[in-house]
Design a protein around this ligand. Sequence first.
Ligand SMILES: C[S@@+](CC[C@H](N)C(=O)[O-])C[C@H]1O[C@@H](n2cnc3c(N)ncnc32)[C@H](O)[C@@H]1O
Length: 260
Amino acid sequence: MDSSRKAATAARMYDYYLGGVHNFPADRAAADAVIERFPFVPEAARANRAFLVNAVRHLAESGIRQFLDIGSGIPTVDNVHAVARRVDPGARVAYVDIDPVAVAESMEILQGDALAVAVRGDVQQPRAVLEHAEVRRLLDFGEPIGVILAAVLHFVPEHRVADDAVATLIGSVAPGSHFVMSHSATESFELFTATEDVYQRRTSTPGTIRTRAEVERLFTGLELVEPGVVWAQEWRPGAVAGRVESPRLGGIWAGVGRKA
Ligand SMILES: C[S@@+](CC[C@H](N)C(=O)[O-])C[C@H]1O[C@@H](n2cnc3c(N)ncnc32)[C@H](O)[C@@H]1O
């Protein structure tokens, strides 16, 4: 077994929660340990993905034609470019992830696609992402961009680093750009006794959780699009997700903000 398979990664654990096939025994064991303590996690992952699809569709219908998806993960059904291109077949997408396996899988499915790229990058170093040659080649920073930070900022434990990363991205995109953000919720996870952090022990991207107020703070400098920061299942449900039965078990805060 090559070394990249021995340690679990967040990207492949998330793929397992979603019922995907891009995961190895170490990922499944770590994910099962999470599910044992937090049984709602697969449902939260599905809700997060449904929110992402809803939000990208909303952005595309609002005229956004290019996307920067940071922490994009392993390609699954309804990738950002597929959703956006249902509205505009010319939509451009730059996928960025810290996990080389996620980037490799993305590159494979994007082969021959001149309007999408996948590159390795760290959301904690937003300037390097923004200056990446492939990203610059594809995206026009003079026009509005849909910046997606879905279920990735909970891998940035320090509040200041997360706040600064988002602020840098906001400062670097044109007015009219939108930010799609979702994040693991303290309000859900604290209902369960957490004695150990599986992500801390088994992956290279330790996890953290944030309160609704902390997630709202990430939108500083943006106009929050209705309905604001809500449970992922409650962000304009209907097309994909259903209403959550028990909102405190929603697991994921989600929202969209617009740069005026
Ligand atoms: C839970 S998945 C979310 C995937 C996708 N954004 C979604 O919401 O469906 C989190 C992804 O963030 C990536 N990630 C973790 N830390 C990161 C970092 N510092 N910079 C960029 N990506 C990171 C992981 O590799 C993983 O692919």
